[in-house]
Ligand binder design. Structure first.
Ligand code: FAD
Length: 558
């Protein structure tokens, strides 16, 4: 993309839209769904003719599944999930040889912490379901085979030049805001001159997506993946199951620029690699796609420049070890879109948008650190194998289960920014591997089962497009104040009293203790389900207090 290649000046033929999303990967598609839910018209452009063919990610963590549950795509996605009996990684020299170890691929279970579970489902299905979901919102336009060629921004908006790659037709679009979800090599980021910080070129890998029948070797030991330790793959090779049956991804190191052991990487080379890893020189395999990717551990030096926001791989490049890249990106736009919606609808000042980077960049840094540790742990195994130190290799392999022990990263991230009002309490000590429910401001509001009109709901079902005030049995005055304020100021603020005779009933008798709240206290939760503020006791002036709190969060003098 080169903004100088031609003018982007807006004229009378320019279409206008509140939000332009560049990139139809999982992150851009999630942004499109979210804008649809807020009723904010958006236009997503994707240069490819459809969603991805190449299934990269497979691990959808609990927090992302909670969002998918809310968007009603969870059940359908699970129909494409890898089967439970396959939840293991196998380490061996080759498919033919004796196994060195089996490592569980079962992530932590959500237990009481969520109404949903982790899911291993390939990215092509995730994107297809997100696309279907986005298309159900009349205000969300998706345009495939359409590329952003150039853009310029001024004080009132962004002007973008788009081209239809099939017809060559050009179109100008004027948007209030632009979300760059255009991937690791983001042209938008480069045009803005935003640098990436952290190491690049950690490894170059070729990913071969193919259809091959491995039943002769795997019928009685289904697995989600295989790590090969054969000396000819001394820096690591793997295969990952895509559909639990005949579609597989094979990964091998390669030299940059597409060469592989001195040759060009063609379908024939790919076939030779598959046959060599399977250990059958004649096996029939259909090569469906070949992708090249570079492992990096980088975060953008800025997430926002004026009216343009980076999200997903455009903002951070995570090593895939740990399965957090797509998840981190989906949660970026979950954080960003409610703020853009609030600004566009006039119930927040643009200052709220500055909290996006303050809240999300630290999450990306923590997730990168974790993923890098996982990479190092794998490298140590291959180094031990190269040295011929079998004992160290076996002991290293037994440590690999730690990659998936990231419940604390998944559910326990706590935001600090101007859109969170601290209350002098320290966040509960949390570890990357273990989540402890907390309502310290900035935390994800915990899951508790409740009854509403005779139906079972999760507290998480309450947090969607509005702020929510939750109070206990003696908190009615807070509730009434919130309802008066919502009415008088036109604010999207709901209030619920959770009590036997309240709006919602506490099914298991644990919501006050889980929410660490006194019977006359109150808690304010943002549309993204994070705690904005809490107070442990009744107030003489609840309406004035709530008005002050919301004014501070939204950056408005009310
Ligand atoms: C081997 C492997 C395994 C992985 N496993 C996991 C996992 O288990 N869990 C996980 O969370 N993550 C995983 N990831 C990471 C995950 O695949 C990425 O983080 C994810 O695809 C990022 O999504 P995105 O939407 O930000 O970017 P992308 O998926 O890269 O999408 C960006 C889109 O923007 C489009 N685009 C770019 N420029 C333009 C333009 N100018 N105009 C129009 N369109 C444009 C591109 O065509 C592309 O479709 C894995 C990655 C790899 C390589």
């Amino acid at each position: 993309m080169n903004p100088k290649r031609s003018s982007t000046s807006a004229d009378s033929t320019t279409a206008t839209v509140p939000a332009l999303i560049v990139g139809g990967g999982p992150v851009g598609l999630s942004a499109s769904v979210l804008f649809g839910r807020f009723g904010i018209p958006s236009l997503l452009v994707e240069r490819h003719p459809g969603t991805t063919v190449h299934p990269k990610a497979r691990g959808v963590n609990i927090r992302s599944m909670e969002l998918f549950r809310q968007w009603s795509i969870e059940t359908q996605l699970r129909t494409h999930a890898l089967p439970p009996e396959a939840m293991r990684f196998i380490w061996a020299e080759s498919l033919q040889s004796q196994e060195i170890a089996r490592i569980s691929a079962q992530q932590y279970e959500s237990g009481q912490h969520s109404p949903t579970e982790y899911c291993l489902v390939s990215q092509d299905w995730v994107e297809a379901e997100l696309c279907r979901c986005a298309l159900a919102y009349p205000s969300s336009q998706l345009r495939f085979s359409t590329e952003l060629m150039a853009f310029e921004q001024d004080n009132t908006g962004v002007t973008a030049r788009l081209v239809n790659r099939e017809t060559g037709e050009e179109e100008m679009v004027r948007a209030h805001y632009l979300i760059a979800a255009d991937g690791a090599h983001s042209g938008v980021r480069q045009t803005l001159g935003i640098e990436m910080q952290g190491p690049d070129n950690l490894r170059h890998l070729c990913s071969i997506y193919c259809q091959v029948d491995l039943t002769p070797w795997l019928s009685n030991r289904p697995c989600v993946g295989f790590f090969f330790t054969h000396p000819s793959w001394s820096s690591g090779a793997y295969m990952l199951s895509v559909d639990g049956a005949k579609r597989w991804l094979f990964g091998v190191p390669y030299q940059p620029k597409g060469s592989y052991q001195g040759q060009d990487f063609t379908s024939l080379t790919a076939l030779a690699v598959v046959r060599s890893l399977v250990g059958d020189p004649l096996i029939a395999a259909e090569i469906l796609d070949i992708g090249f990717w570079t492992m990096a551990a980088q975060v953008a030096s800025a997430y926002q420049q004026g009216r343009v926001f980076l999200a997903g791989d455009a903002a951070h490049r995570l090593p895939p070890t740990g399965g957090l890249g797509m998840n981190t990106g989906i949660q970026d736009v979950h954080n960003l879109t409610w703020k853009l919606a609030a600004t566009l609808k006039g119930w927040a000042s643009p200052a709220l948008l500055e909290t996006y980077e303050a809240e999300r960049a630290p999450v990306a840094r923590t997730n990168i650190e974790w993923s890098l540790e996982n990479t190092k742990r794998i490298v140590q195994v291959y180094e031990a194998l190269k040295r011929g130190d079998e004992k160290a290799a076996v002991s290293g392999i037994s440590e690999q289960h730690r990659h998936l022990e990231s419940e604390g990263l998944d559910l326990g991230f706590v935001y600090t920014s101007a859109a969170i009002i601290p209350d002098q309490t320290e966040p509960t000590a949390t570890s990357p591997s273990q989540y402890t429910p907390s309502t310290v401001p900035g935390s994800r509001a915990p899951h508790v089962w409740l009854m509403r009109d005779g139906h079972l709901i999760s507290t998480l079902d309450l947090f969607d497009q509005h702020f929510v005030l939750l109070v206990g049995p003696k908190g009615q005055s807070w509730c009434e104040a919130a309802r008066r304020l919502a009415y008088s100021k036109g604010l999207p603020l709901d209030a619920y009293c959770i009590a036997d005779d309240g709006d919602l009933q506490d099914l298991e008798g644990n919501w006050l203790s889980t929410y660490e709240l006194s019977e006359d206290g109150a808690l304010l939760i943002r549309p993204d389900g994070h705690i904005a503020w809490r107070r442990q006791k009744a107030s003489q002036e609840p309406e004035a207090d709530l008005q002050g709190v919301l004014g501070q969060i939204l950056g408005l003098a009310m």
